[in-house]
Design a protein around this ligand. Structure first.
Ligand SMILES: *Cc1c(COP(=O)(O)O)cnc(C)c1O
Length: 408
């Protein structure tokens, strides 16, 4: 694991544009000509490598970006999609058919939860949700119909870390696929090195990093990716969540600076988390010793990239959280917005936004309290200055006061 460095792998990918450009050329075409009719037939049958047929299947720029993301995750290959959900649904619909069963972490992205909980059961695909690091519960839930274990390496919004090595051992023993959504921890965690079979990202977040597009990818074996792109039976080919070539070109350019950005996001998030904790605030960040998965994450991560850019803070009530977020936005400390991985800090109240698909009782059981604010910490140059300003906002709104300090 120490020998693998994804940033070097990506750096070593050298692409030239059609006219010697320093960026690869965007192919602005949905369909491709053939010199012979026979080659067109062979391409349809999947027997003509390197030929483009139709851009829902493949396009040159999407293959460049897919290749770079396969390097990031150290998998054989990858396939980019129009959104993170496009990647997640394609993977799950490819692996699971009527009668199959999935085991999933209960702390996952709201959209994924809604897909597993509401969308798949009418297709006779059931999911058991559980605490994914309760390995006994995981093993006890496996049935002859179970096809996959699904989790996020660092979960949304509670920042729980999944023990991927243990989960991959369970998967190997029972012949299941381990699917890991690594959106919160690109570069920091390499799920495939820890035994994941399929690694998914919402490119919308850190990887693109400029909050100007949605996008997704799934990384895995050539065989699996080919299955998803099969013209007769491929979930991605037939459901059609195709990324546009112009977007994949811009995401590839942004990917080139990911290693620098992640280090700065992590540095800033750790700085704030440590100080908030010292101030007596209820803060959760995997880089803090007080985080229940601190040691686990340390054992899984590439240290130079840190513990990531996300932290959560419990403001007590939804009203207090809203007041604080509105003030911080007014003071230009960030935006009151969902999503993450932007240059600017983003904050949202999880229970009333990205996790609102999860019913209230279940949110409470998981520990998503009403006042929980998720912060995606930005690339601020002077984080001490940001900290002082945030602290002022917390004092003004009463989120930080002496009572708090003595209670927590
Ligand atoms: C945002 C997100 C998704 C969904 O991705 P989209 O690009 O919005 O479709 C999936 N998983 C995680 C962890 C996310 O944060």
């Amino acid at each position: 694991m120490e020998n693998f460095n994804a940033a070097n792998e990506i750096q070593d990918l050298q692409y030239f544009g059609e006219f010697g450009g320093v960026n690869p050329s965007i192919s602005d075409s949905s369909t491709y000509t053939f010199l012979s009719a026979k080659t067109m037939f062979d391409t349809f049958e999947g027997n003509a490598d390197g030929c483009y047929l139709y851009s829902r299947h493949s396009s040159p720029m999407n293959l460049y970006l897919s290749q770079a993301l396969a390097k990031l995750e150290n998998t054989e290959t990858a396939n980019v999609t129009a959104s993170g959900m496009g990647a997640i649904t394609s993977v799950l619909m490819q692996l699971c058919k009527s009668g199959d069963h999935i085991i999933s972490s209960r702390t996952i992205y709201g959209g994924t939860y809604a897909f597993l909980k509401n969308f798949l059961p009418p297709f006779n695909i059931e999911t058991t949700f559980l605490d994914i690091n309760n390995f006994e519960a995981v093993e006890n839930s496996i049935t002859p119909h179970t096809k996959a274990i699904y989790c996020e390496s660092v979960s949304n919004p509670l920042l729980e870390v999944a023990d991927l090595k243990k989960l991959s051992e369970i998967c190997k023993k029972h012949n299941l696929k381990l699917i890991v959504d690594n959106t919160f921890s690109p570069l920091s965690i390499s799920p495939a090195l820890l035994g994941a079979d399929i690694v998914i990202h919402s490119l919308t977040k850190f990887i693109n990093g400029s909050s100007d597009t949605v996008g997704g990818v799934y990384c895995g074996t050539q065989e699996f990716i080919n299955d998803t792109k099969n013209v007769n039976s491929g979930a991605c080919m037939l459901l059609g969540p195709t990324m546009d070539s112009f977007r994949s070109a811009s995401i590839l350019k942004n990917l080139r600076t990911l290693h620098i950005r992640i280090k700065q996001h992590s540095h800033n998030a750790l700085y704030l988390a440590e100080r908030f904790e010292r101030d007596g605030l209820r803060v959760s960040y995997p880089g803090l010793q007080s985080h229940k998965n601190h040691e686990l994450m340390k054992s899984m991560m590439h240290e130079e990239y840190g513990f990531g850019g996300l932290l959560t803070l419990d403001a007590g009530t939804t009203d207090k959280a809203n007041e604080l977020m509105e003030l911080m936005q007014q003071e230009n400390l960030g935006y009151l917005a969902v999503s993450l991985g932007f240059y600017k800090t983003l904050f949202s109240c999880s229970g009333s936004s990205t996790s609102s698909e999860i019913p209230e009782e279940e949110r409470a059981e998981m520990g998503i309290s009403d006042g929980l604010i998720r912060f995606s910490i930005g690339l601020d140059h002077d984080i001490e200055r940001t900290y002082q300003k945030m602290k002022e906002c917390m004092k003004k709104t009463g989120v930080l006061n002496h009572e708090n300090v003595s209670i927590y």
